[in-house]
Design a protein around this ligand. Structure first.
Ligand code: FAD
Length: 511
């Protein structure tokens, strides 16, 4: 185990997507960023196509943006978080532009704003058409590289947050060549979502929820874990195999349906309303696939032979699979896309563990509730990265003591492919008590030492406990929405006995 003494005492930001890089850039303190891959690679932020939502149009206000966000969240948003984040959105666009991100403009120089499903006003800012995330990340990565105050440890992944006397005391990170121990009183978890725990996903392979597992093992409260958004239209073509993770499916953005593309089956028949909410369209497609059909998004009439002009990135990806959207209907299927739940934070990004912050998709601020309004997540990642940065600058951090010698975390015990199969079958678009219980029972024995099994088990357990359908969570055995909207919270201390009661053989109740 090596201990880079020079880094001791600096806040450690785990994750190099938009949330992590915004946190590092917007704070004044010297800090460390852990990035398992080269900066921006393996980040969902880089893949974001549709854009970033902000009320900057002439007929728009943050209050209208907040109203749409609350409606999408199906009763489980935290109104204070919605108000704070939508209010901060116009300044966020200006700040991103100040950091070098170039957004699309109309010929008269005003921002080119787009309308997306469930937004009542055109408020989605794009960059390079469908390359918004890549452009934002290009700009932020360049800034990070030019900022000597930020030390990037690449090929380093957070494995454990060490807590001593009720406060963060350090982190253990895994790097080629061993484990790095950094004594610090501040850790920010910005490790993104959990899509890679599902067999079919648009998320990068690193989206395994490992930051959620570290937070749970450190004692943090997780919220809304059962709420996963399935995107209805991922490209239904075999993704290339990539390492141990589930390879991401190419997303065929909502904007394509917004432009008039229709969903048809192999007979050319339409079978659903393309502009219904994401969860409704995803369930309709899933049911049609289950009935033996294939499903296609037909953009031929909508884009009049100019698909690539409107959607250059999607066109490139389709052509790479031999599909020409100007001639061919695009084969699609739903895929796990976004995790509304995560580590519970307040509006400073603080978790329930002193010294532990979280932001971005790994966090649950209460912005999304049971369902995310499209294009609100890039916004949340940047705005809440800023909230964390400001709070860290305003907080006096105790000088960390050298970390006691401790065991290196054990290697993952469960096969990630098995975890994906279990989680995908049980906690996919359609859920039942039987399926969820079976998956939780199979994952339970691996929970003490396996982070993916832990996150999968927490997801199944919380989905089992929510005996209703709401937002991204659909139970075929409880298809109705309960009259009261109740936020679900879980800690490892509460989950372990519940999982032990389900497990077929006793397992060690320690973590
Ligand atoms: C295909 C696609 C399209 C999307 N389109 C849009 C859109 O148009 N608009 C929108 O608002 N949202 C969109 N989203 C969602 C949005 O991109 C994400 O929610 C957001 O970018 C999350 O940012 P983040 O920084 O929290 O996570 P990410 O960008 O995923 O970054 C997470 C980082 O954490 C790292 N990491 C993982 N585990 C560890 C670990 N153990 N230790 C250290 N680092 C770790 C990863 O390598 C990565 O660098 C899209 C998502 C996908 C997948």
């Amino acid at each position: 185990m090596t201990g880079p003494a020079a880094l001791a005492g600096r806040p450690v930001v785990a994750g190099a997507g938009l949330a992590g890089l915004a946190t590092a850039l917007l704070m004044d303190r010297p800090c460390v960023v852990l990035s398992p891959a080269p900066l921006a690679a393996d980040a969902a932020s880089t893949l974001a196509q549709g854009g970033i939502a902000a009320a900057i149009g002439p007929d728009d206000t943050p209050a209208l943006h907040a109203r749409d966000t609350l409606a999408a969240g199906a009763g489980l948003c935290d109104p204070a978080a919605v108000e704070a984040i939508t209010r901060a959105a116009p300044d966020a666009i200006a700040a991103l532009a100040g950091l070098g991100a170039v957004f699309d403009r109309r010929p008269d120089g005003t921002p080119d704003l787009h309308l997306e499903a469930a937004h009542s006003r055109p408020r989605i800012a794009h960059a390079h058409g469908d390359g918004t995330g890549a452009e934002i990340m290009r700009a932020l990565v360049a800034r990070v590289r030019a900022t000597p105050r930020i030390t990037v440890l690449d090929h380093a992944a957070l494995r454990r947050v060490i807590v001593a006397d009720g406060q963060v005391a350090g982190v253990l990170a895994e790097r080629a060549g061993g484990t790095v121990a950094i004594p610090t009183a501040a850790c920010v978890i910005a490790t993104g979502g959990v899509g890679a725990l599902f067999p079919t996903t648009t998320s990068p392979p690193g989206g395994l929820g490992s930051g959620l597992a570290c937070a749970a093992r450190a004692g943090a409260t997780l919220r809304d874990m059962e709420f996963v958004q399935f995107h209805p239209t991922a490209l239904d073509a075999t993704p290339p195999a990539r390492g141990a993770g589930a390879a991401p499916r190419v997303l065929v953005s909502e904007a394509v349906r917004g432009a008039g593309a229709v969903l048809v089956d192999e007979t050319g028949d339409r079978f659903t309303d393309e502009l219904a909410p994401r969860d409704v369209v995803a369930r309709a497609i899933q049911a049609h696939l289950a009935a033996g059909h294939r499903v296609f998004l037909d953009a031929r009439a909508a884009t009049h032979g100019h698909f690539a002009r409107h959607f250059p990135g999607i066109a490139r990806a389709c052509l790479a699979h031999g599909i020409d959207p100007d001639r061919d209907p695009i084969p699609v299927r739903p895929a796990a896309h976004y995790h509304m739940g995560g580590i519970e934070t307040d509006l400073r990004g603080r978790t329930s563990v002193p010294g532990l912050w979280a932001c971005g998709e790994a966090a649950s601020t209460g912005l999304h509730g049971a369902n995310r309004l499209a294009s609100n997540s890039l916004l949340e990642a940047f705005v809440c990265g800023g909230f964390v940065a400001r709070d860290l600058d305003a907080t006096s951090l105790p000088v960390p003591r050298p970390l006691p010698a401790r065991d290196t975390p054990q290697p993952q015990a469960a096969d990630p492919a098995d975890v994906r199969l279990l989680v995908g079958r049980a906690a996919g678009i359609l859920r039942t008590a039987d399926g969820l219980r079976r998956a939780a029972r199979a994952l339970a024995p691996h929970v003490p030492h396996d982070d993916q099994a832990l996150v999968g088990a927490l997801l199944c357990l919380t989905a089992l406990e929510r005996r209703e359908s709401r937002g991204g969570h659909y139970r075929t055995d409880y298809p109705d929405t309960a009259p009261d909207a109740v936020t679900g919270r879980i800690t490892l201390a509460r989950a372990l006995p519940a999982l032990a009661a389900l497990a077929p053989v006793p397992f060690l109740l320690e973590h």
